[in-house]
Every structure is written in C-alpha cells, then in structure tokens.
Write a protein that binds this ligand. Structure first.
Ligand code: CAA
Length: 258
C-alpha cells in the first residue's frame, strides 16, 4: 500500500521505513504519524520481517512536531484528540527491534521518535536537539524522560533548558547513539545490523529486547529476576535447542522462530 508521507520497503527479512516529507524537513504531522503507525503495524504482522529500520533523508531525520499544525490548537484541542498519545508511540511499542538511522536534523519530536527506537545509529552529519523551549513549550513525546535516561541529568537539563544541539560525535561519546558512521554508509550499516538481528530467533530476540527495556522500569533485583525467568523461557524454545546443538555439531543453526 503506498503511503503519502513515507516509503515502506521490505528487503528480505528487514522492513525499511523512510520518512518522506521533504518540503518540511520531515516535520511530524498527523498524516505522517498515522502512516508510520500503519507501516509499523504492517511490519509487525509480517512473520517474514525480523527487524525494522527507520530512516529519514540526508538533511533531516525529522524536524519535530509540525509547528504549523500545532499552532492551530489550544489546550482543549490537544487534550481531546490525545495529541501524541493517539498516534506517536507505535515505535516504542514494537515487539520487533527498531533501528533509527539518523542523518541531518533530529529535532524535538524527531529526536524523541529516534529515542523511542531500540538502537540509534547516527551519520556524521546528525544533529540532535530538543528546541521546544525556544517555542515556549516543552518536549511532549518522552524527551525529558528518555534523554535523561540516555545521557544523564546534567546534559539533558542543558539541552532541554537551552535547546543546545548535540552533534553526532558527542551523541556517540555520551551514549545517546550506539555508533556514528559516515553519511554515505548510514543506510547500509543500519540494514546490515537489522539483517543480522533478523537472522536470529525472532521470539528470543523479542525476549532479549523486553529484558533490556525492563531495566528502565524496575529495580535491579526485579530486572534480574525478570531476565532469569526469560532466560529459562528460552530453554522451552526449539530455536534454543537448535542453537546449542548447532554449536556442538559445528554447523550453522537453522532457526525456525519457534
Ligand atoms: N514544523 C512545520 N514545518 C517545518 C518544521 C516543523 N517542525 N520545520 C521546518 N518546517 C518547514 C518550514 O516552515 C519551511 O516551510 P515553508 O517553506 O512553507 O516556509 C520549510 O520546512 C523549510 O524550513 P526553513 O525555511 O525554516 O529552512 P531552514 O533550512 O532555514 O531551517 C530548520 C530548517 C532548522 C529545520 C528550521 O525550519 C527549524 O528550526 N524548524 C523547527 C524545529 C523545531 O523547533 N522543532 C521542534 C518542534 S516542537 C516539538 O517537536 C514538540 C514535541 O515534543 C512533540
């Protein structure tokens, strides 16, 4: 199905979603967020897909929420339509791994969308910022929470209170992104990582992802207990039996995602 504001491709077992509103630096309007929700629903339903890459253009991953759209709304409007809650958070609820491949600007909601993903790979021209304060508003799609968890209080405070952008090398140093790559290599590197993950057992990948996310929601002991139980669960899968057998028999495993 063609989408108005993004391009969805399936490359073997990887879904590639390209945000595509070039006239507005991929600003996130309702149409784009509805399209993204539908595209991610499609990829989640497709058993052949094991991982997802979310990418923008060279100039912009996304320049944030659509300011022209927000300008029309007052407090009751956003409350009634559940702005953000209604259609922005699908990426954070994906069970399949989602890799954000960020080049150019990731501003406001664009930065927040990248932070909803599981891994961020940044091109060397990437620029992350939460500039909402310059508009007399604040990040509303998880920015104050996810940035703080990713980079710590002091840097998050500085960025959110001043709007200061962070370039890719700083983002790599402070752990906001998993790594920085040359712009020309961004899509290839992100697809390679997604392809590698998609080659493993899908249910076990999903369990591993759940466990890492649990680290943000629980105490250390609770998180470790959850991890232990999920590790036990892998012993009940055909894929884990196959993985261990393949190692002992010195052959490549054939995972069946069961
Ligand atoms: N919303 C709507 N339109 C946007 C936009 C946005 N976030 N960002 C850029 N555009 C539009 C511009 O309005 C302009 O459209 P027109 O041609 O119709 O005038 C077009 O994209 C090109 O933009 P510029 O002319 O400004 O291009 P530039 O190269 O001089 O600057 C930019 C580019 C740095 C991205 C600048 O446009 C900018 O600062 N944009 C706003 C970034 C921002 O503040 N984002 C946070 C939004 S709030 C948010 O995201 C809230 C939340 O937490 C959910």
């Amino acid at each position: 199905m063609p989408y108005e504001t993004l391009i969805l491709e399936k490359q073997e077992n990887v879904g590639l979603v390209r945000l595509n509103r070039p006239e507005a630096y991929n600003a996130l309007n309702d149409q784009l967020m509805n399209d993204l929700t539908a595209a991610l629903d499609d990829l989640e339903r497709d058993d052949n897909i094991g991982a997802i890459v979310l990418i923008g253009s060279e100039k912009a991953f996304a320049a944030g929420a659509d300011i022209k759209m927000m300008r029309e709304w007052d407090m009751l409007d956003v409350f009634k339509q559940q702005f953000i809650t209604a259609n922005w958070e699908r990426a954070s609820r994906c069970r399949k791994p989602v890799i954000a491949a960020v080049s150019g600007l990731a501003l406001g909601g664009g930065c927040e969308l990248a932070m909803m993903c599981d891994v961020i790979i940044a091109a060397d021209n990437a620029r992350f910022a939460l500039p909402e304060i310059t508009l007399a508003t604040i990040p509303g799609a998880g920015g104050t929470q996810r940035l703080t968890r990713a980079v710590g209080k002091s840097k998050a405070m500085e960025m959110i209170l001043s709007g200061r952008p962070m370039l890719a090398d700083e983002a790599e140093r402070c752990g906001l992104v998993s790594r920085m790559v040359a712009l020309a290599d961004l899509q290839r590197e992100a697809l390679a990582l997604a392809g590698k993950i998609a080659g493993f057992s899908q249910p076990v990948v999903a369990l591993a992802k759940e466990c890492v996310n649990r680290a943000f929601e629980s105490s250390l002991n609770e998180g470790i207990l959850y991890e232990r139980r999920m590790a036990y669960v892998t012993f009940g899968t055909e894929d884990q039996s196959e993985g261990l057998a393949a190692f002992v028999e010195k052959r490549a495993p054939q995972f069946k995602h069961r």
